[in-house]
Design a protein around this ligand. Structure first.
Ligand code: F6P
Length: 542
């Protein structure tokens, strides 16, 4: 990125333009929103409250072209092995494509995808119609997904967001942490005879998941006392048939996916089994269709000015690399999307939190900002103080639904009013003079107003994107998630990194194994003195 023409032009442009505030731009152009909004299938994206002009956007788009974005989008969809460090294709888009053919290493992956989808469909139908029962003949009432990271966050997000669509009043639970409390607490309310366990792990080697699965199986066998019943109550989702078989789950009860699906891009694969069981196959299909419509938009919209994920990605680059803003906030104004920030956090930070390019060369520019956030309306009463008046600036994506048949109209009106108001407040701010006049109007003495007004100043000029959905349905949720996937892809291309490996998670895992051995054997291997002391303090407790 650093050597491109557009990058240099953007640096000059930034120097010249960054003192113009958002309010200046709105005050001098009453058609501004018309220039900076896009729509797709009921989703509306207003990006007018960003520190950009038409020139900024054109230069950012030039940067995208110079980075080869269009070609790289095609390469991903065509199944080129763009995950170069692992020599893998990246084909989560094929999982939601109605196309019949994507050839990878001489195999049509669409045929395999359809086979697994059909297997999941049949299984879900059997469970919903009561053909698949627990070992005592009672219907299944509870689904437990045992998985972590990408084998957890997607299903957590979707099942929470789409709870009103659930089938048969089924309950879904998630065990992700190795903290035994989560497992014991979850199991304590469950009847093994009516519970189905899904062990979800791409690699089937993840310590947390395998340990939780083994403990859960023991809990189950302690209660039911017959290994034959495992078949009815345990299924696996993985790319690793051998490890699943070794674990003791019949491959018949395994739902497969493949190396061309990254963990954080996997909710559309068999990792979505808990979603299918919870909301039904038809609704899962709608989720896939929503994502596919964004795939088509991303791939086919060659005029990048109109490409929603591309614009989102470029704005992110603009703030990370030119404004040096270190974080971005995702603020959903809808309880059903509360887990969306955590989902995007893994998606973006595990994909783009890198300091070397695809060739392993050290980068001289910043990459992924910290992504964080929570329910927007709750955040207003907690950390928004700092966002409005703190010393740094944090670009924010505000997301809400125009209507919610599962909520209360008056409540949704207030919720949305707050979302819109926050975007306005972040942009507009409040001057010292306005603050002072407001105080005087309420009868505050002039000498006091002069002082207090200093604390009531909002500098404003804080950027937001607003994304609205008609409602939170399977289709619109599929769209929203896919938009952020492709935003992440766009950023990775500009930063010239491999967004599809995650080697930064390895060191901690490696050291944890050694320390666990130290703890179990009570023989402490060589560490720094702080680490040795921490291990000692822990082992002394036994
Ligand atoms: O440790 C990180 C990670 O590998 C993620 O990339 C992944 O989503 C998660 O762990 C779970 O991995 P698995 O599905 O293989 O258990």
């Amino acid at each position: 990125m650093i050597h491109t023409q557009a990058y240099k032009k953007l640096q000059e442009h930034f120097t010249q333009s960054h003192k113009t505030t958002l309010l200046d731009m709105f005050n001098t152009d009453n058609t501004r929103v018309n220039k900076f909004n896009l729509s797709l299938d009921g989703l509306y994206f207003d990006f007018s409250k960003n520190n950009i002009t038409e020139e900024t956007l054109s230069l950012l788009i030039q940067l995208a072209h110079e980075s080869g974005l269009t070609e790289k989008i095609s390469a991903m969809f065509n199944g080129d092995k763009i995950n170069n460090t692992e020599n893998r294709a990246v084909l989560h888009t094929a999982l939601r494509s109605p196309n019949k053919q994507v050839i990878l290493d001489g195999v049509n992956v669409c045929t395999e995808i359809q086979l697994v989808l059909n297997k999941m469909k049949l299984f879900s139908e059997k469970l919903h119609t009561g053909q698949h029962k627990g070992y005592t003949g009672k219907p299944i009432t509870d689904i437990i997904n045992i998985g972590i990271g990408g084998s957890d966050l997607g299903p957590v997000l979707v099942t929470q967001a789409l709870k009103p669509y659930r089938k048969n009043n089924l309950n879904v639970h998630f065990i992700s942490s190795i903290d035994g409390y989560q497992l014991l607490d979850t199991l304590s309310n469950l009847n093994p005879a009516t519970t189905l366990f899904i062990v979800a792990s791409k690699t089937f080697t993840t310590q947390e998941t395998i340990t939780n699965a083994l403990t859960t199986r023991k809990w189950f066998l302690d209660k039911v006392k017959d290994t034959r019943y495992i078949k009815q109550h345990f299924v696996a989702v993985s790319t690793n048939t051998r490890a699943v078989t070794e674990f003791g789950i019949d491959p018949e009860n395994m739902f497969e996916f493949w190396d061309f699906v990254g963990g954080r891009y996997s909710l559309w694969s068999a990792i979505g089994l808990s979603i299918i069981l919870y909301i039904g196959f038809d609704n899962f299909n709608k989720l896939l269709a929503g994502a596919h419509s964004v795939d088509e938009h991303f791939r086919e919209t060659k005029d990048l000015h109109k490409n929603i994920p591309v614009i989102l990605g470029l704005l992110s680059v603009w703030y990370a690399n030119f404004y040096n803003y270190a974080t971005q906030i995702i603020s959903p104004y809808n309880t059903r999307l509360t887990r969306f920030p955590a989902y995007v956090q893994q998606l973006a930070m595990e994909s783009n939190g890198k300091s070397v390019n695809k060739n392993g060369e050290l980068l001289s520019y910043k990459t992924c900002p910290v992504i964080w956030g929570d329910s927007g309306i709750n955040g207003q009463h907690a950390y928004y103080q700092l966002l409005h008046q703190g010393t740094s600036i944090y670009p924010m994506d505000i997301i809400y639904a125009l209507s919610d048949e599962f909520s209360i109209k008056e409540h949704n009106d207030i919720l949305v009013a707050n979302a819109i108001a926050q975007a306005e407040a972040f942009m507009r701010g409040k001057s010292y003079e306005t603050a002072k006049q407001e105080l005087l109007k309420t009868g505050v003495e002039p000498h006091q107003a002069t002082e207090i007004a200093k604390h009531k100043v909002f500098t404003g000029n804080r950027p937001t994107n607003t994304i609205t959905l008609n409602e939170i349905s399977p289709y619109s949720l599929g769209m929203l998630i896919a938009i952020y996937e492709h935003k992440t892809f766009t950023e990775g291309v500009i930063w010239q990194i491999n967004s599809f490996d995650q080697m930064g998670v390895e060191l901690g895992k490696q050291l944890a194994k050694t320390i666990y051995n130290d703890i179990s054997s009570k023989k402490i291997s060589a560490h720094d003195n702080s680490t040795t002391q921490l291990i000692n303090n822990y082992t002394r407790i036994d």
